[in-house]
Design a protein around this ligand. Structure first.
Ligand SMILES: Cc1cc2nc3c(=O)[nH]c(=O)nc-3n(C[C@H](O)[C@H](O)[C@H](O)COP(=O)(O)OP(=O)(O)OC[C@H]3O[C@@H](n4cnc5c(N)ncnc54)[C@H](O)[C@@H]3O)c2cc1C
Length: 406
């Protein structure tokens, strides 16, 4: 049999769409689940498959039932390679790279860049400082320019504007895209626009029919204006690239960037109390639900990790957490890079609130719950035991780091 993996996009869409009448039929048969009293139940009739001669077979390797092997194959699916050997023009994207990695906002921007690039243009990402990103290709970067000189590190908007001006002179991009964010892009974009003497389109959430539509009037109105060269785009301005992979070929500046006479002195990062960070802006959220049995331990773990605390509605209704900590449809919609859900089942109202989170870690007793399905990493077990182990691991890590530094 051929190794080529055949996909049925309609079936995949139905499997994701809980409201579709055929949704249940598209789910893999569940052979074991946790009963209401916590005991794991198994359905022996659900196992196996009917062989070609009509006899039921049980394959204990799990291969035939869509087990491990099938999943591995799905992971290895190679997306078609999109190449632009001789770009007719460039669309430049300057991602925020919070924590050295592409954020979901950055990925939305790369999606928008591909809309503007079409098949002839190339998307050029300009990245400042050292990064840890390994997925530029699948995020849609055709050319990658890393400006990692020490002068660009930290808070150096003036020097970065000089770098962008050098890129502008060399590549003359048709459009510049920056995230209109508080993580750097919003300020850098406005400074760069002033340096170029151009009016940027700001808070843009849609680019369509040669027009940019942005939020205005305290976010209450839409403002449409002709497609600008410099676009500062909002979150979800476009779908991220998901159907192609790109070369991310490294390119370099042919000139050295002039050093700007900095009028800003970077005094370094200031430690803040994670509890004081508004939920909507928190990068690392440690959230507790009905499965948290020891709230003292929960707060202790959040403090050890330096995370901002969040909660499910049940935890709030039961009085364990303040109302402003509720995550979800009727609470706060969060955009954390890491969201840890402790004892949260993953009700649709909660999942809506964490839709924009990059990485979700679930700690839960029930391996079949919806939060585990959503999670990128799951730990199955009793929350108190896992939190205790987590505190010990963090302390051991900190002690090792201190010993190495001494
Ligand atoms: C109109 C409306 C709006 C809503 N808005 C929101 C909202 O904004 N946010 C929100 O969160 N909910 C909201 N809800 C409620 C939502 O439907 C769920 O009821 C709620 O999210 C469930 O919270 P939970 O996951 O903490 O509790 P449960 O559903 O009770 O889940 C507890 C989880 O903990 C696990 N568990 C139990 N014991 C342990 C243990 N010892 N160790 C580890 N895991 C354990 C269980 O397996 C289970 O998965 C809304 C509901 C409605 C109707």
């Amino acid at each position: 049999m051929s190794d080529i993996i055949r996909r049925d996009p309609r079936a995949e869409w139905i499997a994701r769409n809980r409201l579709h009448p055929l949704h249940a039929a598209m789910q893999p048969a569940q052979h074991s689940w946790m009963g209401p009293n916590g005991v794991i139940r198994k359905n022996p009739h659900g196992m196996g498959f009917i062989g070609p001669n009509g006899i039921k077979r049980i394959d204990r390797s799990g291969e035939q039932q869509g087990g491990a092997t099938k999943r591995t194959a799905a992971v290895e699916v190679q997306l078609p390679l999109h190449q632009v050997p001789a770009p007719a023009f460039y669309i430049c994207v300057v991602p925020d790279m919070v924590g050295g990695r592409l954020s979901s906002h950055d990925r939305d921007l790369l999606g928008l860049a591909h809309q503007l690039a079409g098949s002839d243009g190339a998307v050029l990402a300009v990245v400042f400082g050292e990064h840890k990103e390994t997925t530029f290709g699948t995020a849609g970067v055709d050319r990658l320019l890393v400006l990692d000189g020490e002068e660009f590190s930290g808070y150096a908007p003036e020097q970065r504007v000089q770098g962008l001006r050098a890129v502008d002179n060399q590549f003359s991009p048709r459009h510049w895209l920056l995230p209109d964010s508080r993580s750097g892009g919003g300020e850098l974009g406005r400074r760069f626009a002033a340096a170029l003497g151009q009016r940027p389109a700001t808070r843009v959430w849609q680019v369509k029919d040669q027009a940019c539509i942005g939020r205005a009037g305290a976010g209450l109105q839409d403002l449409a204006r002709p497609l600008a060269r410099l676009i500062l785009a909002a979150v979800e301005c476009a779908e991220p690239v998901s159907e192609t992979r790109h070369e991310a070929l490294p390119v370099e500046l042919s000139t050295t960037v002039a050093r700007s006479l900095s009028r800003i002195e970077d005094l370094g990062a200031v430690a803040v109390d994670p509890a004081a960070i508004p939920m909507a802006e928190a990068e690392f959220i440690f959230s507790g639900g009905n499965g948290v049995k020891d709230w003292q331990l929960f707060h202790q773990t959040a403090a050890a990790l330096g995370a901002t605390e969040g909660a499910s509605r049940v935890a709030v209704d039961d009085g364990f957490m303040a109302r402003d900590r509720q995550v979800g449809a009727s609470g706060t919609w969060v955009t954390a890079r890491v969201y840890v859900a402790v004892g949260i089942s993953g009700a649709i109202q909660h999942l809506q609130g964490i839709g924009a989170c990059d990485k979700v870690v679930a700690i839960n007793l029930d391996p079949g719950c919806d939060m585990i399905k959503r999670a990128d990493l799951s730990v199955i077990g009793e929350s108190a035991e896992i939190l205790q182990a987590l505190i010990e691991a963090v302390e051991a890590y900190r002690n090792d780091a201190k010993r190495d530094a001494a």
